[in-house]
Design a binder for this molecule. Structure first.
Ligand SMILES: *Cc1c(COP(=O)(O)O)cnc(C)c1O
Length: 377
C-alpha cells in the first residue's frame, strides 16, 4: 500500500467517520460483555484504510487485530500499533522470521508448519504465539478435527511455542438457522470441551454473521469485520445503532447540454431521450467505482437521485440530470447520505451482483481518504 506524505487537492474523496466506528465498537463491546473482539482489518480494512482504522480500533479498546498476511501486520507494527495482531490463514515459511520479529501471532493448521516454526524459533531464540485453526467445514485452511488432537499434542510438546488460541471459521455464518453453521459450531465445541482445559486459550469462531445469527458461536472472542464497519444484518435490538460510516463524494467536473438522441460515452450505450443536461463526475473504475454501475447506478446531487448515463470510464462518468440545475463544483454523493436521501453500499452491491465486501475492497488509494475524529487530548 503506497503511502505518500504529499496531499494534493482532489475533486473526489472517501469520507470515514471514525467517531461512528468507535461507537460501533462500544455498542458491540456492551452487547458481548466479557467476550473479546478481534477486528479483521485485512485488505486495507475493507478499503477504509489500514493504519487510521487500527489506531481508532485501539483507542476504542479492541482486543485483537486480524490480518491476512505479514505485509499488513508489518505495516501496522511500523506505524506503532501495539495491539495483539493475528494472521488469519496460512503463513509461508519465508515469512516466519519477520512474523516473530514483529511479534505477530500465527495460525497453525499442520504439523509441517508447526515444525518449521519451532525450528525457526530455536534458531532465533524466540517463542511464537499460535492459534490452532480447526477446519470444521469451510475446507479452506485448518486441520481436520480428527487430526487436531495430534497437532495439539505436537504443539504442546514444543517449548518454543505457546498456544494462545484455537479457532474455526464458519462457511454459512451469514445464513440464519443454517444447519451447516450449527454443525460447525457443535464440532468446534466438542473439540474444545474435550481437549482444551487451559482457561487462557482463546477460543474463537464467529465472524459478523456468526455474531448476528449464532449467539452460541461467540465463545471467548469474535471476529466481526463487516459488522463493525456498520453493515449489520442483525435484527438484535441492541445492535441497531451500529451504522456505516464510509461515504464516497465528488465535485461536478463539467456541465453540458446534450441534444435529443445524442449517444453518451464509450459505445454510446445511453441516448438522451430529449435534450437534457449532463454532468461529469471525476470518479471511475480506476478508483474502484464499479463499471457494472454503467447505466444502472445512481448518484445524489442537490438531494436528488440521478441516473448514470453511459458506461463508467476509468476516471469519470456522466450523469443525466434532466432539466434540473447543477453547477461545476457542486457535491455529488456516490455512496452515503445527502439531504434526506442516501445511496447504500448494500443496494450498490446488489446492482453490481456482488457482495458489499468486494465493493469496499475495490476502492484504492487514488481517492484520498478523509477521516473525521474527536479531538484527541
Ligand atoms: C475476513 C474474516 C473474518 C471477518 O469476516 P466478516 O464477514 O467481515 O465478519 C473473520 N474471520 C476470518 C478468519 C476471516 O478471514
Amino acid at each position: 500500500m503506497p503511502t505518500t506524505s504529499l496531499v494534493f487537492p482532489h475533486p473526489a474523496w472517501i469520507e470515514i467517520d471514525l467517531r461512528q466506528f468507535k461507537k460501533n465498537i462500544k455498542i458491540l463491546q456492551q452487547f458481548l460483555g466479557a467476550t473479546k473482539i478481534c477486528f479483521p482489518i485485512k485488505a486495507n480494512s475493507y478499503g477504509h484504510g489500514l493504519v487510521p482504522m487500527a489506531r481508532a480500533a485501539a483507542e476504542a479498546g479492541i482486543d485483537y487485530l486480524g490480518v491476512s498476511c505479514l505485509q499488513e501486520a508489518a505495516l501496522l507494527r511500523e506505524a506503532g500499533i501495539k495491539t495483539p495482531i493475528f494472521v488469519m490463514g496460512a503463513i509461508h515459511e519465508a515469512q516466519i522470521p519477520a512474523l516473530l520479529n514483529y511479534d505477530i501471532e500465527i495460525s497453525i493448521s499442520s504439523r509441517y508448519k508447526a515444525q518449521l516454526l519451532a525450528k525457526k524459533c530455536e534458531e532465533l531464540n524466540k517463542t511464537a504465539k499460535v492459534h490452532i485453526e480447526i477446519d470444521t467445514g469451510m475446507q479452506r485452511t485448518g486441520v481436520r478435527p480428527e487430526t487436531a488432537v495430534e497437532l495439539l499434542h505436537c504443539l504442546q510438546a514444543m517449548p518454543q511455542i505457546q498456544i494462545v488460541g484455537v479457532y474455526t471459521h464458519l462457511a454459512t455464518g451469514d445464513m440464519p438457522e443454517s444447519p451447516i453453521a450449527y454443525e460447525q459450531i457443535t464440532q468446534f465445541k466438542k473439540f474444545i470441551e474435550t481437549h482444551i482445559d487451559d482457561q487462557a486459550v482463546i477460543c474463537h469462531v464467529a465472524n459478523s454473521g456468526g455474531v448476528c445469527h449464532f449467539p452460541e458461536a461467540c465463545f471467548d472472542m469474535v471476529r466481526p469485520g463487516l459488522l463493525l464497519l456498520g453493515y449489520s444484518p442483525s435484527k438484535i435490538a441492541a445492535l441497531q445503532e451500529i451504522k456505516p460510516f464510509f461515504s464516497v463524494k465528488a465535485k461536478i467536473a463539467y456541465f453540458k447540454v446534450v441534444a435529443q438522441g445524442q449517444g453518451i460515452g464509450y459505445g454510446h450505450t445511453y441516448h438522451a431521450k430529449t435534450a437534457t443536461r449532463v454532468v461529469t463526475v471525476p470518479v471511475g473504475y480506476g478508483d474502484g467505482y464499479r463499471r457494472a454501475l454503467s447505466n444502472i447506478g445512481q448518484v445524489l446531487i442537490g438531494g436528488n437521485l440521478y441516473p448514470i448515463a453511459g458506461t463508467v470510464c476509468m476516471d469519470q462518468f456522466m450523469v443525466d440530470i434532466g432539466n434540473d440545475a447543477a453547477y461545476v463544483g457542486d457535491e455529488v454523493v456516490l455512496i452515503g447520505q445527502q439531504g434526506d436521501r442516501s445511496i447504500s453500499l448494500l443496494s450498490m452491491a446488489e446492482l453490481c451482483q456482488t457482495i458489499p465486501y468486494e465493493i469496499l475492497c475495490g476502492f484504492n488509494d487514488r481517492l484520498p481518504r478523509l477521516y473525521f475524529d474527536d479531538e484527541q487530548a
